[in-house]
Write a protein that binds this ligand. Sequence first.
Ligand SMILES: Cc1cc2nc3c(=O)[nH]c(=O)nc-3n(C[C@H](O)[C@H](O)[C@H](O)COP(=O)(O)OP(=O)(O)OC[C@H]3O[C@@H](n4cnc5c(N)ncnc54)[C@H](O)[C@@H]3O)c2cc1C
Length: 403
Amino acid sequence: MSKQDLVREVETFMLERVIPTEAEHHHQMQEASNRWTYTPVMRELRAEAKAKGLWLFPIPEELGGRGLTLTEYAPLCEIMNWCNHGPEMFNCYTGTISNTTAMAKHAPKQLQDKYLKPLADGDIRSCISITERNVPSSDPTDLQFDIKREGDEYVLNGVKSWATGGAMDECQFYLVLGATDINAARHARHSMVLVPREAKGLSLGRIETVLGYDDAPFGHCDLIFDNVRIPVANLIGNEGEGFLMMQSTLGVGRIQLGMGAIGAAERAMREMCSWVETRMIGGRPLVDRQVVTDAIARSRIEIDACRAFILQTTERMQAEGMKAVRGEIAQLKVLAPEVALKVLDRAMQFHGGAGLSYDTPIAEMWAHMRTVRIGEGADEVHRDTIAKLELRRQAAWREANGQ
Ligand SMILES: Cc1cc2nc3c(=O)[nH]c(=O)nc-3n(C[C@H](O)[C@H](O)[C@H](O)COP(=O)(O)OP(=O)(O)OC[C@H]3O[C@@H](n4cnc5c(N)ncnc54)[C@H](O)[C@@H]3O)c2cc1C
């Protein structure tokens, strides 16, 4: 299948299978006696997508993926995010992609044999566990979670929070970042270990809500570790390299996040345009007001400019590596959710009450998109990076030009 055909297939699957079953998924979720597992319709769609080869797009073919390059994957990220749970239908949730990548690159063979294939096959799920409620986790070099070596084992103590998907029945392991040497240099304190779901001393704590949504069936929960013992062989990569390893898997995730925001904005645009053309107010359609056409035009300009910037950054990242586009990645991390939130907000406003309800996906998409301004580095952290790079660039310019 050519890459063009693949784009068309994903579009068709979203339009014919995922979007028309959104309401059914919500209904099944409301009726479910267990909210922490896939709904029947999700299971059905995942099986269908997998059978069609629409699966794990950026992961190498030998692991069951499609081996797409970053530039090939980026347009698919937009399309999959026409719906909040879209990426999951293709086993392309960001956490699954980054954990699969980290496991394939850094996990010892016996862990790969046990966990990697079922994860890639979609038979199990996993979770990345970094955040601690009592530590400002925007800067993971401050994390306190204790991982102590005792002979052939690591002993884990502490509480992790906001573990997305951690409470799902399908979640069979956690990749946990904790301090193996709290006195080492900031970037060498932490290590990544794999903790099996069934580990003794590990229990699930409270489940968070996001602006009132529990985000079932994935959810975000506390993980409580009380003298959890795991073999040293469960170390991913090397001791003290957890932070750097985590940073190195961020690239694909940033593009997925940026293009995902574009997908959400496009969905909002679609909902907004079809609504304003049919909603009759005062005997004429809502679209018949300049304030509405102005909002549509602004949205189109912002979406297209943002998409072009992300795609250009993706191409450069692929050609020159992540370091060369560090500033641009920080820019897109700030810009893309900002644009998506603006478009979603306009769509929400023109829908009136319907825009705040489950009648459209707009409110839920807005709630999800708002979290992106905080997770994976808050806006302020990325703006700080952008400003530092700019000041450096300006200083270099002054020096080069004798100013
Ligand atoms: C829906 C959702 C899902 C999540 N999923 C996961 C998950 O799967 N695994 C996981 O480990 N974590 C997850 N998280 C946690 C998330 O990564 C953290 O909330 C995020 O890193 C911010 O950390 P914090 O909450 O401790 O905020 P803090 O670090 O305390 O920051 C609070 C605020 O302080 C400001 N701030 C922070 N640093 C700076 C700075 N350098 N300069 C200026 N201002 C600053 C910002 O305004 C920031 O929002 C999730 C969070 C959400 C909301």
